[in-house]
Ligand binder design. Sequence first.
Ligand code: HEC
Ligand code: HEC
Length: 159
Amino acid sequence: MKIPALFLWLTSLTLPGLALADNLPTPAGAPPAFRTECGSCHLAFPPGLLMAADWRRVMAGLEDHYGDNASLDAKTRQEIEAFLVRHAGPDKKTAEAGNPPRITATVWFRREHHEVPAGIWRDPQLGSAANCAGCHQRAAEGRYSEREIVMPGGKKWED
Ligand code: HEC
Ligand code: HEC
């Protein structure tokens, strides 16, 4: 369902600080290897969820990538890095990702998920907070609407 622009505008006035960011599609111009390589072990994460410096850090350490080997040939690596850096998120929103950088540690992620009960992140069925699709059923399409969330265990998310 498309939300009319006027509604979005009104909501942004009435709910200051509540970012309506339920749509995070892969930006146009992604090198094909972004989906095939960076989407092979987990979701091809939306580039806007880390800052440029953190994407450079991730791409500089693919041989030891969170315990896995995700190395690429130099040309593919450079293409993906350029794409990620071009579409990186603002520093303020993506601050505190840590080292190695984690989307799930950023200010933005913690703010969007502050209503999620802490115990859920340790659900064995979920595995990890980085398993976006473990709750956001349409994450692979870049869709994160609250109406399309099913929590581990199968319950719909009720705000
Ligand atoms: C061989 C498998 C594999 C490949 C290929 C791979 N990753 Fe990962 N990635 C992982 C694992 C494992 C983790 C840790 C996941 C966790 O903690 O749940 C991870 C975590 C991440 C995280 C941190 C997520 C978070 O917030 O905790 C980012 C960012 C990331 N990968 C980006 C990339 C990018 C960009 C590429 C492509 C260049 C890529 N990955 C390719 C296995 C892989
Ligand atoms: C344990 C389940 C769970 C996991 C895993 C999870 N989320 Fe969420 N996410 C939620 C819930 C629940 C909300 C709604 C929170 C609220 O209503 O305050 C939410 C909200 C969001 C929103 C805001 C949606 C809107 O309508 O504004 C975005 C964007 C989002 N998540 C992205 C992600 C990304 C990206 C990942 C993986 C890196 C992720 N989430 C992992 C449960 C999860």
